[in-house]
Design a binder for this molecule. Structure first.
Ligand SMILES: [Zn+2]
Length: 477
């Protein structure tokens, strides 16, 4: 039997490769091998029963199941080879990460350490099921992967830490798309080899973005949910408004994530330009190299204020260790262009400095306690309409590299202290209506937002360690 004959007889399912597409345009479903979910080190499962793999088409439950299964399996294959040996899901997730494909009526999806939850809603006659977009599934799975690597980010009271989680989700979708030869060929044709340009792989969740745009015209990009091809320049998020239209930068984590994910797309583009051949195989290699450096960096970087700069610095350090600094210029250039590193900061990460700091980074291991390395900060509850003092897990004070982002006026920003970062984060959550405050913890002037359509990502609970109350995260959406 020839390879072609074998492929022809191998059972397949129809899937969208990245997203259903921007209505009324729809992407073409393509046949993929039946996805394997139970793969190490990131086994996944789907709560709903598996339908027959009989090439069901778009709009059917069977089709949605196979798109989600294909996406989960591709996430495991994208990240599995890049993470340190022994990495596993956060202990609360259990052995396999379970996806729930029909969790209720909403235009959203989230990860909450019990699994992945995908919602759906019919808008303008189009049923938009979040699980039917590979990019949405990969984004949510990305949250679970990063939670396995760096559980300290889950409760960290820091806009920048939360935004790095969102960036990692979109990068998960980008790398998953670039894992397919068909999409690599498509994006090279669409961008004529300049990966920095807007393309099918840089535009996240076109269909979900379209659905949100029908009710909230300014909440998302013109042609997708978010675009990694962007020019957003770093600002200290404590100085930014809590919300804003999609064409502005706010401290809202999805909005602020675009600074980092935008730089990451430029990193991939730069590494690709440095490959011997600018073909689809060169692009596969570039995506894998960039993904590896990111994994190395998030495992090693301390969770501090100006966290983006630390992750960027650790990517440069990882490149020095793994590749002898071959891609240092691509990395520095991308992070400087987005203001994540100031010129001073980028120039200060020298080879001797990296050699001096290198041992600690090489020894870093994934996982650990949820609050490890974070600083407990207590704030006055009355300011937030709650009855007692509130404890927050603020970013740590100790940084490995004394580096920070660009001041838009020139030079280097001075990172805000952990207390200010945490208080600003809490205030922004309340101003966005994202905190659930149980009745018994509300003061007379409580302003908890009870609109059930606004997903509560956080809640106030009794502190597990001592007196008073604590802010804990429920989920990443
Ligand atoms: Zn997210």
């Amino acid at each position: 039997m020839t390879v072609q004959q074998q492929q022809a007889t191998m059972p397949t399912v129809l899937v969208y490769e990245d997203d259903p597409g921007n209505p009324p345009l729809v992407n073409m479903p393509v046949p993929h091998p039946i996805p394997q979910l139970d793969t190490q080190p990131f086994p996944t499962a789907i709560a709903e029963a598996a339908p027959q793999p009989d090439s069901a088409g778009p709009g059917s439950e069977a089709f949605r199941y196979w798109v989600a299964a294909d996406a989960l399996s591709r996430a495991s294959r994208t990240w599995g080879p890049l993470v340190p040996a022994g990495t596993q899901w956060h202990p609360m997730v259990g052995r396999a990460l379970t996806a729930h494909l029909n969790a209720g009526d909403d235009l959203n999806a989230f990860y909450d350490r019990r699994g992945l939850w995908f919602f759906r809603r019919t808008v303008g006659g189009v049923t938009v099921a979040a699980c039917e977009s590979n990019e949405v599934v990969e984004h949510e799975t990305g949250h679970a992967i990063l939670d396995a690597l760096r559980p300290q980010l889950f409760n960290a009271a820091s806009a920048e830490a939360a935004a790095l989680h969102e960036a990692f989700g979109d990068i998960s979708a980008l790398l998953s798309s670039l894992g397919l030869e068909s999409l690599r060929i498509a994006v090279l044709a669409e961008t004529q080899g300049d990966l920095e340009l807007s393309s099918r792989v840089s535009r996240m969740a076109e269909q979900l973005g379209w659905a949100i745009r029908q009710g909230h015209p300014n909440a998302v990009d013109r042609d997708c949910l978010r675009n990694l091809s962007n020019s957003f320049f770093y600002r200290d998020p404590v100085e930014l408004p809590p919300n804003g239209p999609a064409n502005t930068l706010s401290s809202e984590p999805h909005s602020f994530s675009r600074v980092f994910s935008g730089a990451f797309l430029k990193v991939v583009a730069g590494i690709f330009r440095q490959q011997d051949l600018q073909d689809q195989a060169g692009l596969a290699a570039a995506a894998e190299i960039a993904g590896q450096l990111l994994v190395d960096a998030v495992v090693a970087a301390p969770v501090v204020s100006a966290y983006y700069a630390q992750v960027a610095g650790h990517m440069i350090a990882a490149d020095q260790r793994r590749n002898g600094g071959k891609y240092g210029q691509s990395l520095r250039s991308a992070f400087i262009r987005h203001g994540i590193l100031s010129l001073d900061a980028a120039a200060s990460i020298t080879e001797p400095e990296l050699a001096r700091r290198g041992a600690g980074m090489a020894e870093a291991t994934p996982g650990g306690g949820d609050d490890e390395g974070l600083t407990a900060v207590t704030v006055h509850g009355a300011t937030y309409g709650v009855t007692q003092a509130l404890t927050l897990s603020a970013p740590a004070a100790e940084r490995r590299f004394g580096i920070a982002g660009s001041d838009p006026a020139g030079g280097t920003l001075r990172p805000a202290d952990p207390e200010r970062v945490a208080a600003s984060y809490l205030e922004d959550l309340f101003r966005r209506g994202r905190v659930h405050v149980p009745e018994e913890h509300r003061s007379d002037v409580a302003f908890s937002d009870d609109n059930p359509s606004r997903l509560k990502t956080h809640q106030i609970t009794r502190s597990s360690t001592g007196e008073g109350l604590a802010l804990v995260r429920k989920c990443f959406d």
